[in-house]
Structure formats: C-alpha cells, structure tokens
Design a protein around this ligand. Structure first.
Ligand code: UTP
Length: 289
C-alpha cells in the first residue's frame, strides 16, 4: 500500500523556555548551541534528511533570531569572502526562498494549540512534528527512521522511548499493544499520568507523524495537563480510528530543554568530534580524577 508522503514538518518553537532562564530571557531556547550548532538546526537537518520539503515554524514574540539564522547574512558572508575565509559552516543553513514558513502562535496555550496554528499550511496531508529541544542523534536520524516505518504502516506514528519508571509522570506515556521490531501498537496515550498509574514506561519524545484529522480535533480544544491544550490528548482521539504506532529510535536522545540533558548533549557531541574531542576528553578525565 502507498501512503501520502510526509512533505511538511512543523516545529513548535513558541514556548517560553522558563527552565532555562536567564539564558532564554531574550534568546529563544531553540538557539541554544550544542557544540557549535543551535538546537533548531539539528532538528531542521533531521527533517530534511527524512525527505521533508516544507519547514513550518510556529513562533512567538522574541524569536526573531530563529528567522535570521535561516536567512541570508549578506554582511557576514561578504566580509568573510573579503577576508578569504571559508563559508562552509554557514552555506548549508539557508533554505529555499519562501521556506521556512513562520506562523505566530500569539499566546503560548500549549503544544496542541501551537500545532493547530499551522493547520492552513499543513492542509490535507500527513505531517511531521519535531520538538527541537529534544536532540536526537542517530544514523539515519530519528525522523528518517520513522518515515521508513510510516511507508510500511501509514497512519500516525509517534516516538516511543523507555524512561525510568519513577519518571513517567513527567511525560506522555503509551499503553502498548503488540510489538513488531521497533513498532509498538498504541492502545492509549496519557499525558503526565499521576504517579503509580502509568501503564508502561514508554514515553513519547518530541517526534510525531500525524494525519491531518488531528487538526479537526484541535478545532475544538480542551485544556489538559497543566491547563494547556495538549497534542497528546488530541492525537489520542485518533487511536482505534486510524493505525497508531510508537516507534523506538535506535540512536541517542538528549532532553535539551533540561539543563542536565543539555550539558550531557554538549559533552557527548564534543567528545565525538575529531577536532575538539581529544582536548575535551583530556580535560574531562583530569576533572573527574
Ligand atoms: P515545553 O514543555 O518544553 O515548554 O514545550 P517551553 O516553554 O519550551 O519550556 P519550559 O518548560 O518553560 O522550560 C515543548 C515544545 O513545545 C513548544 C515549545 O517551544 C517546545 O518546543 N511550545 C510549547 C509551543 O510552541 N507553544 C506552547 O504554547 C507550548
């Protein structure tokens, strides 16, 4: 069976990033850098690798640096050229004219609301959602792995990763059905279940392939956990009506919306880099004794 291709990806980037204050007071959380690249660029590269053609950012006030990052920087490029410096580090960032598309969420009412703000651009086709503060490192990338599985099963596909059982109240948690390799049938998804009530320790990290019907559910939003309009609650209504699977990523996940996860990502990616890895390793070994 062939399914409509996943051509569009929505990046909700309108959150306030309060866990990262004061760094995020005037700078978007998604511009925090892991080694030398902002989080948003890792996520966009992951989507492009998966075959996505249309990048859609759902932004808010104070997020202008994101737009500038993907635009032409004439002054910088001109000066660098004049000084005979290589443009290799910035050449690949700029997207086709007309892409990305930027939409304002206006009020941070929750992830479900942010995704719904992209409804006119998404239209009537399946789409991906990537939360850039979840850094996924793998070859192929997380979304590319999900797209390959989607081409086999269609419907809705969400990331599914194991977390320690004591942490299940922090995440969207899957009630699993049958398992087929990296695919797990999803019977239920519950956002931040109360301690002791989770049906598994499979959480949904920020990667989704969703059918456009989820937008119709979000047309009539309901406030969920934390008083926010939750994407989890809306997509859970598609379970039983359309195929719905969790996909377990073979690769590494870093929760860069959290300070410890962000530092871990920087350390892991720095150690893996041939240019700075040896210096960082030597320092870390001395530091840890
Ligand atoms: P988070 O739950 O991490 O919230 O959002 P946040 O505001 O970014 O960060 P903290 O918790 O205050 O530190 C998950 C993702 O959903 C987006 C965020 O930008 C992030 O990518 N989001 C969240 C929106 O775009 N709009 C919202 O109303 C809420």
């Amino acid at each position: 069976m062939t399914f409509k291709r996943v051509r569009k990806a929505v990046f909700p980037v309108a959150g306030l990033g309060t866990r990262f204050l004061p760094a995020t007071k005037s700078m978007p959380k998604e511009m925090l850098t892991v080694v030398d690249k902002p989080l948003i660029q890792y996520a966009v590269e992951e989507a492009l690798e998966a075959g996505v053609e249309q990048i859609i950012f759902v932004t808010g006030r104070g997020k202008g640096a994101l737009e500038d990052h993907f635009d032409v920087s004439y002054e910088l490029e001109d000066t660098m050229r004049g000084r005979g410096k290589s443009l290799a580090a910035i050449e690949g960032i700029r997207q086709k004219p007309g892409s990305p598309v930027y939409i304002r969420q206006q009020e941070p009412l929750g992830l479900g609301h942010a995704v719904w703000c992209a409804r006119e651009i998404v239209g009537d086709e399946p789409f991906a959602v990537l939360l850039p503060d979840e850094l996924m490192v793998g070859a192929p990338g997380f979304l590319a792995q999900m797209v390959k599985a989607y081409e086999r099963v269609g419907g809705n596909l969400i990331g599914a990763l194991e977390v320690p059982p004591e942490d299940t109240d922090k995440y969207g948690i899957i009630t699993p059905g049958g398992i087929d390799g990296p695919l797990t049938e999803v019977l239920e998804v519950i956002e931040k279940p109360a301690k002791g009530t989770a049906k598994s320790n499979l959480m949904t990290p920020g990667r989704y392939i969703l059918q456009p019907e989820v937008m119709r559910i979000l047309d009539n939003p309901v406030k969920g956990a934390g008083g926010e309009i939750q994407l989890t609650d809306a997509m859970a209504q598609l379970i039983g009506k359309q195929p719905f699977h969790g996909y377990t990523f073979s690769g590494d996940r870093y929760d860069c919306g959290d300070k410890a996860g962000f530092i871990q990502a920087n350390l892991a990616l720095a150690l893996a880099r041939p240019d700075i890895g040896p210096a960082v390793r030597g320092f870390a070994e001395r530091l840890l004794g």
